[in-house]
Design a protein around this ligand. Structure first.
Ligand SMILES: *[C@@H]1O[C@H](CO)[C@@H](O)[C@H](O)[C@H]1NC(C)=O
Ligand SMILES: *[C@@H]1O[C@H](CO)[C@@H](O)[C@H](O)[C@H]1NC(C)=O
Ligand SMILES: *[C@@H]1O[C@H](CO)[C@@H](O)[C@H](O)[C@H]1NC(C)=O
Ligand SMILES: *[C@@H]1O[C@H](CO)[C@@H](O)[C@H](O)[C@H]1NC(C)=O
Length: 227
């Protein structure tokens, strides 16, 4: 909390936005998130402590934070679609709005049964991406929930898988590299991306495995809200 107060203080000095401090204790799916698309493909259970997104040939689905943030630590526990999930992408990401937007992506690229999931991360600053990095998850992400986190402060962005930092993007504005500065919302979605996601788009979604289902828990945000 002290860290978060400090960050909000710094961000308010730097950016002059409207800020308030939000601890993670009061976060709940029902209060802090809303469905963004595919309403009838979103199922929340246990009083909002778990959310299931599904994808079939008619629609995918997604949800996002109601508030926008200027920095913070964002956490989701996710269990990915099992069996043959080729062509299917589960995404956990942050994005600002508008044309030259900022975005931080964790995209889980489905695969044929028995083949590893790929986690693709990307960083957009002012609409400029092309910073994809890929790794194979070292566990089966379909049998259990695992922790995925994004840390974003004025110094760096860090992506974590089960508390292991897998990528760092430093604030290198001193060297002329753009950095994320626009208020972003946290989002999650499940969608068909078989034009590119698996084997470069050669392996298509097999709809006989639909509906595909991804499960989410946690929803923690220790962030500075910013409008
Ligand atoms: C969660 O929602 C509550 C109630 O609207 C709000 O007071 C709180 O600031 C929100 N927290 C975050 C981190 O957005
Ligand atoms: C359901 O969650 C809300 C907050 O999200 C909480 O205030 C309420 O007490 C919970 N109800 C039950 C039955 O646990
Ligand atoms: C990035 O770092 C520079 C100092 O190196 C700082 O002035 C700037 O505000 C930082 N950017 C953000 C968005 O925090
Ligand atoms: C889709 O999966 C079904 C069930 O495993 C299989 O019979 C069928 O051949 C698959 N379709 C394609 C195009 O691979």
């Amino acid at each position: 909390m002290v860290f978060s107060v400090f960050m909000c203080f710094l961000m308010s000095l730097l950016l002059g936005g409207v800020l308030s401090i939000s601890g993670s204790s009061e976060i709940s799916f029902n209060n802090n998130y809303s469905v963004t698309w595919g309403n009838d493909h979103v199922l929340s259970s246990n009083n909002g402590s778990q959310v299931q997104l599904s994808l079939d040939i008619s629609s995918g689905s997604g949800f996002g934070s109601k508030m926008r943030y200027g920095s913070g630590f964002f956490h989701m526990r996710i269990k990915l679609p099992d069996r043959n999930s080729a062509g299917v992408v589960t995404a956990f990401y942050m994005t600002s709005q508008g044309h030259r937007h900022d975005e931080l992506d964790c995209e889980f690229l489905g695969n044929k049964e028995g083949k590893p999931y790929t986690l693709q991360t990307n960083v957009y600053t002012q609409g400029q991406g092309d910073r994809e990095q890929r790794l194979h998850l070292w566990f089966d992400p379909t049998t259990d929930f695992h922790d995925y986190r994004i840390l974003w402060n004025q110094h760096q962005i860090v992506f974590y898988v089960d508390n292991i930092p897998i990528r760092v993007f430093k604030n290198n504005t001193n060297n002329g590299v753009g950095y994320l500065s626009q208020p972003m919302q946290l989002q999650a979605s499940l969608w068909n991306a078989d034009s590119w996601a698996t084997d470069g788009g050669q392996t298509k979604t097999n709809w006989s495995y639909a509906p595909f289902k991804a499960y989410f828990q946690g929803f923690d945000i220790s962030g500075c809200s910013r409008s």
